[in-house]
Design a protein around this ligand. Structure first.
Ligand SMILES: NC(=O)C1=CN([C@@H]2O[C@H](COP(=O)(O)OP(=O)(O)OC[C@H]3O[C@@H](n4cnc5c(N)ncnc54)[C@H](OP(=O)(O)O)[C@@H]3O)[C@@H](O)[C@H]2O)C=CC1
Ligand SMILES: CC(=O)N[C@@H](CCC(=O)OP(=O)(O)O)C(=O)O
Length: 355
């Protein structure tokens, strides 16, 4: 049995980790970390765990915890892990961080977009970006995994095949994304009150959202050149779910018959099949079917699809996933499975719920 500790177990991402790990055959949660609920029963914070979890919440002492468990999930605000991580912790245990502290390789970029000083940049080079479908082999060897952001997971997964195959002009990329309110976490904020969110939809973080450099960095690796893009998130009145609609101009390429021209629908689709036909958690939908958040809710799937618009010579890339599962806790468990040599889908055979 893998002994697990969760710091931030009382947040939305931490709560989803508890739910998923509870159904995991090889993992046992030893530590439900919290700041506000120390010594209170975990099930009194999350009543869905009544008569399921009997443990009480414990503090967020990472050093102590590292001696007691095989892996720690940190589902904590930005800056927490970077503020406490040291070599002793990493020599005692593996760490999967759900925050952004170790996702971005350039410290100055992190500090600029997050507005905080990075307290342990010495660990950034060894951190592996935990997008499982891309970095599987490196994740298997990692001590420290940076679990990707929710919008980045959906955006990168939706766009990657065309970026990697050089089929789109990366300078024209625009990502429009929408998220349910659980993406903003459980702590009280006026902007997330019922009356503010219900019957409403709004853009936020326009031209300034902190996920922009994360998406740019990962797509730069895919495309083999620096990528600068527009990313506009929107808050929608749903609990869970992220929908990405991305646009880019098609790039002239050498076609299979040797002629030069814009890629057609078959070439575009072949790119998605190339990268995703063997991926259990990325479902390329049948032609003409658009991804919907409802069809992935509660599951670790990202549904993607693509449509060429010959009129505008652009392509529209679409993706949908559950921000708390593939966008957070599900992908974190997928990473744990890889790090411990388990079946990658252990604990993640979650059938999407509907309606
Ligand atoms: N929500 C989502 O969809 C996603 C979230 N994430 C990331 O996961 C992390 C957690 O997010 P989320 O669950 O939404 O946030 P929440 O606000 O719901 O939860 C935050 C958790 O961290 C604990 N906490 C708060 N402040 C501190 C602190 N200063 N030091 C230590 N622990 C603290 C809280 O403990 P307590 O309340 O008990 O004091 C709580 O358990 C964030 O980094 C977020 O960016 C990543 C992908 C998606
Ligand atoms: C709706 C909403 O507010 N979403 C959050 C993103 C979710 C999140 O927690 O960010 P990470 O994925 O980087 O950890 C936001 O826009 O800041």
């Amino acid at each position: 049995m893998i002994q697990v500790g969760i710091i931030g177990a009382t947040g939305y991402a931490g709560g989803e980790l508890v739910r998923l790990l509870y159904g995991h055959k090889e993992a046992e949660i030893k530590w439900y970390g919290s700041r506000s609920y120390v010594d209170q029963k975990y099930a009194s914070v999350y009543q869905n765990m009544f008569q399921i979890v009997e443990d009480v919440c414990r503090d967020d002492n990472l050093k102590q915890l590292a001696k007691e468990v095989d892996v720690i999930f940190t589902a904590t605000p930005q800056g927490f892990l970077a503020g406490v991580l040291d070599e002793e912790i990493l020599s005692n245990t593996k760490v999967i961080d759900l925050s952004a502290d170790f996702r971005i390789k350039d410290v100055a970029t992190y500090e600029k977009w997050y507005g905080i000083e990075h307290k342990s940049p010495q660990f950034i080079p060894e951190a592996v970006y935990g997008l499982c479908e891309r970095n599987r082999e490196a994740i298997k060897q990692a001590r420290l995994v940076a679990n990707p952001g929710c919008y980045p997971t959906c955006s990168i997964t939706s766009i990657f095949p065309l970026a990697a195959e050089g089929l789109i002009d990366m300078n024209t990329l625009i990502i429009d994304a929408k998220s349910g309110t659980s993406g903003a976490g459980r702590s009280a904020k006026v902007a997330n009150l019922y009356c503010e969110v219900n019957e409403n939809i709004k853009a936020y973080g326009v031209a300034s959202h902190r996920h922009t450099p994360e998406i740019e960095e990962q797509l730069s690796y895919a495309a083999g050149c620096p990528v600068v893009l527009n990313f506009t998130p929107h808050l929608v009145p749903m609990n869970r779910g992220i929908l990405v609609t991305a646009y880019a101009s098609l790039k002239e390429v050498k076609k299979p018959d040797g002629s030069l021209g814009l890629p057609d629908a078959a070439m575009i689709r072949a790119a998605y099949d190339k990268y995703y036909q063997d991926e259990k958690f990325v479902r390329v939908l049948p032609e003409g079917v658009c991804p919907e958040t409802k069809w992935v809710e509660g599951s670790n799937f990202v549904d993607v699809n693509v449509k060429v618009d010959p009129r505008t010579k652009r392509v529209i890339m679409m993706g949908a996933m559950d921000n708390l599962v593939k966008g957070a806790a599900g992908q974190a468990v997928q990473n744990m499975n890889l790090m411990f040599g388990l079946e990658e889908s252990e604990g993640l055979d979650l059938v999407p719920m509907f309606p």
